[in-house]
Design a protein around this ligand. Sequence first.
Ligand code: SF4
Ligand code: SF4
Ligand code: SF4
Ligand code: FES
Length: 976
Amino acid sequence: MQAVEARRNPPQSPSASYDPARMVPLGYDDTDYGTPAREGAAVTLTIDGREVTVAAGTSVMRAAIEAGIMVPKLCATDSLDAWGSCRLCLVEIEGRKGYPASCTTPVEAGMKVVTQSPKLAQLRRGVMELYISDHPLDCLTCPANGDCELQDMAGAVGLREVRYGYQGQNHLKDAADESNPYFMYDPSKCIVCNRCVRACEDIQGTFALTISGRGFGSRVSAGQDQPFMQSECVSCGACVQACPTSTLQEKSIIQFGQPDHTVVTTCAYCGVGCAFEAQMKGSQVVRMEPYKDGHANEGHACIKGRFAWGYATHRDRVLKPMVRDKISDPWREVSWEEAFGYAARRMRELQAKYGRDSIGGITSSRCTNEETYLVQKLVRAAFGNNNTDTCARVCHSPTGYGLKQTMGESAGTQTFKSVEKSDVIVVVGANPTEGHPVFASRMKRRLRQGARLIVLDPRRIDLVDGVHVKTDYHLQLKPGTNVAVLTAMAHVIVTEGLVNEAFVTERCEAKSFQQWREFVAREENSPEALEAASGVTAALVRGAARLYATGGNGAIYYGLGVTEHAQGSTAVMAIANLAMATGNIGREGVGVNPLRGQNNVQGSCDMGSFPHELPGYRHVSDSTARAVFEQAWNVQISPEPGLRIPNMFDAALAGSFKGLYCQGEDIVQSDPDTQHVAGALSAMECIIVQDIFLNETARYAHVFLPGSSFLEKDGTFTNAERRISRVRKVMEPLAGLADWEVTQRLSNELGYPMNYAHPAQIMDEIARLTPTFHGVSFAKIDELGSVQWPCNEQHPDGTPIMHVDEFVRGKGRFLLTRYVPTDEKVTRKYPLLLTTGRILSQYNVGAQTRRTENVRFHDEDRLEIHAHDAEERGIREGDWVGIESRAGQTVLRAKVTDRVAPGVVYTTFHFPESGANVITTDSSDWATNCPEYKVTAVQVTLVEQPSQWQRAYRNFRQTQEGLYEARTTGAEAAVK
Ligand code: SF4
Ligand code: SF4
Ligand code: SF4
Ligand code: FES
């Protein structure tokens, strides 16, 4: 066995420049500068006798604070444009009458400003007196005590007493709104500064808040003067963060009190990769506040990252390793040592009996780069095969393939910030307001500034007719016809002379372009010819294509609605073709941007999780690349690609694949055709699940290794922009070991030594062996805050925009994208098309979000059905309906809506008992095997009882829960 023959690796030396005690990036600064930073020519003025130089357009307030001169303020904060309502920031400016507000006054060259004078002090005290006279005097017991700007300002202006009595009219008895599970609104403390309203409008773009009433009757009001939970509020928390008082206050602060230290880390939910300050009191998280210097999010967040972190310490966490010989046995809690010994022995026995290739591993897009790297290393070095795959198989594997083939790199081309320079935004098969909400807020801001919008989606997603956002073209195509519509758009661009000839001539392959031009120009690819197939009128396709090609900077953002199709890779290529043909590549405001689902799906692909690719996307058959790893790892690596996840299942059912190490994924719930997956797992003899919860997959497992949440470990995540950000440990691993330590110890037990003392050393190894990561280290990330790969000798500070002067592969390659209808066609038996997606408050299989108060926003998966289809079937809102495909049947409650077109039904997949993937089939992308989740032919009927699968599932779940309850425990289970 190769691994056993491996020589012992030398212990790793500690990373030279990295300080593991560093909790925040270098240059961390939480000062509130009052108004946003500006870019412009330098302007010099004098403030309190000091010369200060700032960019033109900067406010006097910001100029002062940047110079270290404190100016009192209440209605100003640097995440929002100035409003100028509180009058606390008054200053004196030589040559000007009166006392202008420094927050709304821009600097001018030669200006002479005074921020402190007896008159200013008197005016400010007067303002504060008025505020305080209608404010509860409960500072000592207020949850914001010590973190309240009103309190700070009362001190700053020297307010000692209030001349006005409390007998008159006031708001002190106004009732609080506690309806939101995460924050409360106490109007008695409101100073009507409008910061919350502006945050909801400018930062979040939801417009849920207004100031209703006038004068003394002014108050903040959500929706139509409704409780927050009943309004359009999406619980992003921007208003809570903006509020200078305790009026809008996190309930976690009320419960736990104010933080005593801060750790900057990265959200563990979606591929936006928002940076957060984990505000801690000891080892208790009291607030997750978006980090304003976070490059992906710039101080904004969504409900999941900001509020839904309680799962990390949920009582369902399994904290002891467990083993059992058969899945019908009760679990047995054991020590870590025994668990590793048991797991290694069983895996080695399987290899001895069934061959080296009879086992494999699955890496997790929720785990860090370092952890993912170790799992694939364990498979290649300790198992001695390439049977490693990742959940990207079932989401963005076509992105990797399609972009690599056309442009030479498997990743998105831009930064999120780039959208601020876009003139035309095309959203294909993505629902950013639900799936990538913080990016959606950025995009909506740009749309409010006048950028145009094209949406290709079978559903009328929020962006189509959102608040202050309207699409110019909604191409409501039938599921499965992306390639038809994208190719028809290309037809219009080519036949109407809209190609950017100069770009194509200079940057792309002449031959492939000519072939493509000839191909798309054919009549069969015209919008008119494809109208019947796609269901989109030709005029709309023509209009959208013209707008994209001629409207200025055109940026395409796409999601799983593109990739999870039988022609997923073809659609990605079609998108790349469009961008190249119109020259929308290689600068800000343009590009091809896959919106990645899970937090580290980009990273898990980068780290060599796929069976055919070593880290950095180098094919295992490439002997030069293999030699680099063979030398570093002291093993021989097989030149043959290993099994993909669906191949593992097929091989298990065929009897040749017997053991699986699955880290941080719940393949039973997330992969298509649940009964097929369950059958495959039942046929295996040793399944090792490493997770924080006893998930659906763990019910089929023989070894359970407790995982650690993102709060319990160090490492990095890579978001959809290729941005590598630090995950910093805020508490010790609850089960005693971080995930990377678990893999390391398992590997050691298998006889392949790993000796890392810290994840920084793992990243050092990745950087040594991977050209696109040569310049990456924890020290570098600490210094820059985050870094976008490629980061190496040529790009020491990373690469925000890809393909600037030339494509990674040299010349851009056009590929032919012939539309081939999917085999999942409607028939008389299955006359509707089911498509699936996600919802804002839940995440993926729901394992995390279902264990938070987010269930109050979405507590079950429902089937969206058009009124016409519902009426035909006698279905009303809330009825139980059976959904049947050729793979299986399940039952959900109906939601009658016009968001879907007639003939299309839609559901989410966040709850295991919904069984959405019982229905999805084995149909998959021709190039990558990515499942066709987005198109399943189904019939929907009224029913009165759960499906047979659901009844069997409940029984199985009950049995397995019983086997967990009946587990034997022992003192030996203590962490060793
Ligand atoms: S939580 Fe977000 S969406 Fe809700 S009111 Fe506040 S800013 Fe608006
Ligand atoms: S709720 Fe807070 S932010 Fe909003 S107006 Fe009142 S004090 Fe200002
Ligand atoms: S947008 Fe994504 S990364 Fe950002 S807070 Fe929400 S879930 Fe986390
Ligand atoms: S901070 Fe300038 S007017 Fe309120």
